[in-house]
Design a protein around this ligand. Structure first.
Ligand code: NAD
Length: 246
């Protein structure tokens, strides 16, 4: 249970981020949902989460902007008294073969997925260090572990997230802050709906459990890592992938 705890979730108004928000709120956590631009999705998320009766606030901005990260953590700490959990979930893809990938295609994905994770971690870790307690959960990907053709930018960003996770786990452990990554396989969200039917079928054939993952599969794992039950787990990359990694 997460009763009495508060969490900041980046990209928290749709997809996996919103799934995590729902699970956290259901378990009693107060939430700040950070989002980039989709006001309609943000308002809808807010309305849906009301049923759980916890505090939910929104913060609009780009995770690539360090100032936005600093202000979001400050605002959440003021609203809730403290920030116990950070979920670095915001992420993008921009798939192309390396021969067709521009430097801009590469750096935009790195900026959002990796630098964005760094930005929020830096300010959350400073706050959690003062409180001598915290949980940081980073969304990596199976692509960050084994690579994927057409996703050099994305895979590099997600491998970077793993390096960041491990280093931060080593640095912050003595301050009672755990840092873990979740590496989902293929989860049914807007991100994967962008793939063609043929690509989706090809992936399905590689999943041992014979189905795509749901946002709930990831949300339950995030809730466990955020809970007191996971107090002795740090520096781990937890696959939530139906066995696709094998
Ligand atoms: P999604 O596209 O449905 O949602 C991504 C969210 O991130 C959106 O709310 C978007 O607004 C937000 N976002 C993107 N760029 C942002 C920015 N610069 N600033 C602030 N917010 C920004 O994606 P999803 O499928 O829910 O993925 C969530 C996370 O899980 C991502 O990090 C993704 O890489 C990772 N992941 C997803 C899958 C999958 O199969 N869906 C698999 C592995 C990893």
């Amino acid at each position: 249970m997460l009763k009495g705890k508060s969490a900041v979730i980046t990209g928290g108004v749709r997809g996996i981020g919103f799934g995590i928000a729902g699970e956290f709120a259901k378990q009693g956590a107060d939430l700040m949902l950070c989002y980039r631009s989709n006001d309609e999705a943000a308002e809808k998320a807010l309305a849906q989460l009301k049923q759980y009766g916890t505090k939910v606030i929104l913060a609009k901005g780009d995770v690539c902007d360090e100032k936005f990260a600093e202000e979001s953590i400050k605002k959440a700490a003021e609203a809730f008294g403290r920030v116990d959990i950070l979920v670095n979930n915001a992420g993008i893809t921009n798939d192309k073969l390396i021969l067709r990938m521009s430097k801009d295609d590469f750096t935009k994905v790195i900026d959002t997925n990796l630098v964005g994770t760094f930005n929020f971690t830096k300010y959350a870790a400073a706050h959690m260090s003062r409180k001598k307690s915290g949980r940081i959960i980073n969304l990596s990907s199976v692509c960050g572990v084994r690579g994927n053709a057409g996703q050099a930018n994305y895979s590099a960003s997600k491998a970077g997230v793993i390096g960041l996770t491990l280093s931060n786990a080593k640095e912050l452990g003595r301050r009672n802050i755990t840092v873990n990554a979740i590496a989902p396989g293929f989860i049914d969200t807007d991100m994967t709906m962008a793939l063609s039917e043929k690509q989706r079928e090809l992936v399905l054939g590689q999943i041992s459990l014979g189905r795509y993952g749901s946002v709930q599969d990831v949300a339950k794992t995030a809730a466990f890592l955020a809970s007191d039950d996971a107090a002795y787990i740090t520096g781990q990359v937890i696959g939530v992938d139906g066995g696709i990694i094998m």
